[in-house]
Design a protein around this ligand. Structure first.
Ligand SMILES: Nc1nc2c(c(=O)[nH]1)N[C@H]1C(S)=C(S)[C@@H](COP(=O)(O)O)O[C@H]1N2
Ligand SMILES: [Mo]
Length: 224
């Protein structure tokens, strides 16, 4: 498998006119790579592309939809245009994966999750928020208190550009003070629940508590 990937990588490197370049290639390759070995290939941006499924459908301006339901007063649905029309917040924070890689000072921009929760109306007995994705597999969760923080975004931009498909676009969750596994890519559903429902990796041994430690948690907070 790695041999195949290396051959493919060399092919792309020698043919820079091919569509989406190195990052696009890594994203595409990692989505069909059950071994996870593409994560070992060099990536100039510092990010690795993760997906728990082999391929993810693309959603765009006309096909993207974000639903909020569960224990809310008004179940709602947002298009990309709806999300863009809401107040935007930009946060610059370090990104850390539990696998050991990090990308410092990464800007994310989007709508505060708290604003969407307010729009839908969250009842008193609710304690948690569950996130689902249009890859059909990944999920995450936060307590309601965590979800209401001003550094938790429904992100439309990453590094000051629309979020690419590889990075979970057009919309991903961004939980600045926690490990990056909390930041669900390809976000399509927000469901308000009575209790925390463990997410995809959390069912497979990750901590439900995703807080970064010490300085990594607070670094860059002033930007919000
Ligand atoms: N839908 C989905 N979201 C996901 C993941 C995933 O596999 N699928 N991986 C998580 C993990 S472990 C990390 S480190 C980041 C990686 O984001 P990136 O692929 O943009 O670098 O996405 C998180 N969100
Ligand atoms: Mo991760």
């Amino acid at each position: 498998m790695l041999g195949m990937l290396a051959a493919g990588a060399a092919g792309i490197a020698a043919a820079p006119h091919l569509q989406r370049g190195w990052e696009g290639f890594l994203g595409a390759a990692s989505q069909t790579d059950p071994t996870g070995l593409t994560g070992l290939l060099p990536n100039p941006g510092g990010f690795r592309y993760y997906s728990v499924v082999g391929s993810v459908p693309r959603r765009n301006e006309t096909t993207y939809e974000l639903k909020i339901d569960g224990l809310v007063d008004r179940p709602m649905s947002f298009t990309l245009a709806d999300l863009r029309a809401m107040p935007q917040t930009r946060i610059v924070h370090d990104v850390l994966c539990t696998d050991g890689w990090r990308v410092d000072d990464t800007p994310f921009e989007g709508v505060k999750l708290a604003d969407l929760l307010d729009a839908a109306g969250v009842g008193r007995q609710t304690r948690a928020v569950r996130f689902t994705c249009f890859d059909g597999a990944y999920s995450e969760s936060l307590t309601l208190e965590q979800a209401r923080r001003s550094d938790v975004l429904i992100a439309l931009k990453m590094q000051d550009k629309p979020i690419t498909h590889e990075h979970g676009g057009p919309v991903r969750l961004y939980v600045a003070p926690m490990y990056f596994y909390k930041s669900a890519k390809w976000l399509s559903g927000i469901s308000v629940t009575g209790e925390v429902v463990p997410g995809y990796w959390e069912e497979r041994g990750y901590a439900i508590d995703g807080w970064l430690d010490g300085e990594d948690r607070t670094h860059g907070d002033a930007a919000a």
